[in-house]
Ligand binder design. Sequence first.
Ligand SMILES: *Cc1c(COP(=O)(O)O)cnc(C)c1O
Length: 376
Amino acid sequence: MEFRDLKKQYEANKHNIDRAVFDAIAEARFIEGRQVTELEKTLAGYVGVRHCITCANGTDALQLALMAWGISKGDAVFVPDFTFFSSGEVVSAVNAAPVFVDVDEKTFNIDPDKLEIAIREVLKRGIHKPRAVIAVDLFGQPADYGRIREIADRYGLLVLEDGAQGFGGRIGSRRACSFGDISTTSFFPAKPLGCYGDGGAIFTDNDEWNELLRSYKVHGKGLSKYDNVRIGMNSRLDTIQAAVLLAKFPVFIGTELEACDKLAEYYTEQLADIVTTPVIKENFFSSWAQYTIKLKDKNERDVLQKYLKENDIPSMIYYQKAMHSQMAFENNNDYALDHSVTEELCKTVLSLPFHSYMTESDAERVVSCIKNYFGE
Ligand SMILES: *Cc1c(COP(=O)(O)O)cnc(C)c1O
């Protein structure tokens, strides 16, 4: 059994994907081909924002947003302590200070109350200027944008939605990647909507930022790529990757998201009495980048993972280490903040095999193995 079975997904959609890739090769517009523009239109329409700007990966997408906002030295950006490294890395990459904020113990997303405490602490110390908050849609569930927006407005912060794991999720009828002033996603193969290599996208309603982002992603171009008005980067989505995404997108919204919901429902129904299963807030819909359970303590988690492995069931620990504990950020801990929830999660979480092509019998095998471990 695979943790995330990309081969099976390919086999199920081989005909359309092959044709899209071979068409792209035959057309030989490998950079900025028509498929790139078509994908940007399709995704902007789906998300419900004016602009989609594709780029090379989800990390660049975040960094480009910070560059467009002119965030740099002396600025503070608030980032959840429990997330993938990129969410904080990009802040340091533009020479600003990441301030790591603890997460909610139920949703694992940034804790709005602790966000406000962190903002006040930064203002009190007076070393950095609070500029933005990066909210992550962890494991597929959108962050609490109602409260985050309210706090951001109160302190004049910009909201950057890191929807690398959240694409396809929503709150009510409003889709993920529409909640930030700028929002981003990743098309890394294992993300909810993945391509066959690296890829990413940026979403915004703001026309001026759209222009800036399109400049920054192509060497700070002015009128053309040979007229350079600012220092940018080279961060484009390949035409072949855009073609793969255009072929996969209808299946993603047509059947895959729903299949994930069904599998999550099955796991939760079977496991809720023995472990802590994911909590999706009312009116929130996850794109199920991961299905992550919580165990009683580190020992119970580690022994369960070993037991699953002995039974040929893969599982992953997202994440082993809090952001504030990463060596790369050791010079960034200017603020003494409470990170107790994140520290506990790093010891107790475990992500189970999960994807939209999982067979019922594989799902049953995962469930019965966990039940056996607990002697049920
Ligand atoms: C995967 C991921 C990213 C980075 O995406 P890449 O395309 O791998 O650069 C950023 N943030 C989060 C939360 C992610 O899970």
